[in-house]
Design a protein around this ligand. Structure first.
Ligand code: HAM
Length: 420
């Protein structure tokens, strides 16, 4: 039997696992500064949640969702995204209460999409995301974009490494008018790709961000020409606020996002490097003021974003940025005889209970390879114990930085290793 990981998944171990932990620690640290609380929801939910939440006609639901029946015939899905599950939980647990608003939640977890794997695109991937409920203002939109940028800057991204696309999705009668004009214009274009042809009747706005037909779409009307004065004012304030804190955005009227729940501001943050090729979007999000009500909850506004952790890590790697500090031991113990080895085990426990990071040569290596091992583990001190040292009630400590060896009595060991 071929026991291999499924296509599009990754094992994280060694340096990669450490980078993943380090990135999660930084995210949690920034989130706590922005006063967000963590929420952890199941990796599978009823398939219906995503059909109703993300949209029955989106690629994510139609083509990419891992949907299955459980043993009782219930239709479930591995979560393809984080917003709908958080809303389900917020409604089910009645987390939206006047005294809780605005409710600011974040999550870090695994998500699943049946996509063609390539660099920066997996079938199982990690995403960190935020959702904010009950804050309906351009200031709230600016805070969310600022948060995403702050997180990326905390990893080491600089202004030039990132570009931010912004758009405002119109709704109501303006949207209906726009759709009718867009349809007229699209029907005049010959040989659109099959996806676009289908989308004209099912999900027309998605035609705008088709990668294949971009050249043919240059002359179609843009949504911004149909914006109401109120929407225009909102967008103007948002751009002004972002400019004030030196966040430059590019207005992209073709940015529609692949999920149906957005209303109002949407944004995507891309890497400006070539590392991720066509998967350069590190983060995407926006406002979804109708979704809570649509899923059976109170009429409360919402907004948020999701950030792909694998893409961020790949990009940081290309910039040679390491988030996890290199592994370092305070002390590595080498016992030269069976008696010394027994003593070493006791000493090891003592050092660890004193809060030091210590290890011991369990492999019966000769002294030369034990020294090599200590170098591999980046030990700052090597403690050497033989029968003579046991007789004298001392150990030899070699400081790897100064290369000095000193005989140390037992109750001075911790102090010497700490360098005090
Ligand atoms: P999304 O744009 O579908 O939005 O995903 C957010 C981010 O997840 C993407 O920008 C990308 O970095 C990463 N991502 C998506 N698919 C994959 C994949 N197959 N492999 C690796 N990384 C991937 C959402 O999921 C929304 N729920 C975001 C949101 C939250 N909007 C409002 N609140």
């Amino acid at each position: 039997m071929d026991l291999k990981k499924p296509r599009g998944t990754e094992d994280l171990f060694g340096a990669k696992a450490k980078e993943y932990i380090a990135i999660s620690t930084i995210i949690r640290d920034v989130m706590s500064k922005y006063n967000f609380d963590e929420i952890i929801t199941p990796v599978f939910e009823s398939a219906d949640l995503f059909k109703r939440g993300v949209g029955d006609l989106t690629d994510i639901v139609q083509k990419e969702m891992y949907e299955f029946l459980d043993r009782k015939g219930r239709s479930l899905a591995l979560r393809p995204e984080g917003t709908a599950p958080v809303i389900r939980s917020v409604i089910e647990n009645k987390l939206v209460q006047p005294e809780n608003l605005p409710l600011k939640l974040f999550y870090i977890g695994k998500y699943y999409r049946y996509e063609r794997p390539q660099i920066g695109r997996n079938r199982e991937f990690n995403q960190c995301g935020v959702e904010v409920f009950g804050k309906k203002s351009p200031e709230a939109d600016a805070e969310i974009i600022t948060l995403a940028i702050t997180i990326l800057r905390s990893f080491g991204f600089k202004t030039n490494d990132l570009s931010i696309d912004l758009n405002y999705l119109i709704s109501g009668k303006e949207k209906l008018e726009y759709i009718s004009e867009l349809k007229k214009s699209l029907l005049l274009i010959s040989n659109l790709c099959d996806d676009c042809k289908n989308r004209i009747d099912t999900n027309i706005l998605r035609v705008l961000d088709c990668k294949v037909d971009q050249d043919k779409l240059k002359s179609v009307p843009t949504m911004n020409d149909f914006m109401s004065q109120e929407d225009k004012d909102w967008l103007k304030v948002l751009v002004k606020l972002l400019n004030l804190i030196d966040i430059k955005t590019v207005l992209n009227p073709k940015l529609v996002r692949g999920l149906d729940y957005y209303t109002g501001m949407v944004f995507e943050i891309k890497s400006t490097h070539k590392t991720l090729a066509s998967q350069s979007t590190l983060c995407g999000g926006g406002r979804y003021d109708k979704l809570l009500k649509q899923l059976g909850g109170p009429d409360v506004s919402g907004l948020g974003f999701g950030m792909g952790i694998e893409r961020v890590l790949l990009d940081l790697d290309s910039m040679n940025i390491k988030l996890s500090p290199p592994k370092e031991l305070d002390a590595y113990i080498i016992g030269l005889t069976p008696k010394a080895k027994q003593f070493s085990t006791m000493l090891l426990m003592m050092l660890r209970s004193d809060g030091l990071i210590a290890d011991f040569d369990f492999q019966d290596r000769n002294i030369k390879s034990a020294f090599k091992q200590s170098e591999k583990l980046n030990a700052r001190n090597i403690i050497i114990i033989g029968d003579n040292e046991l007789k004298e009630n001392v150990v030899v400590i070699k400081n790897q930085q100064t290369k000095r060896e000193t005989k140390v009595v037992y109750n001075e060991i911790v102090k010497t290793i700490r360098g005090k």
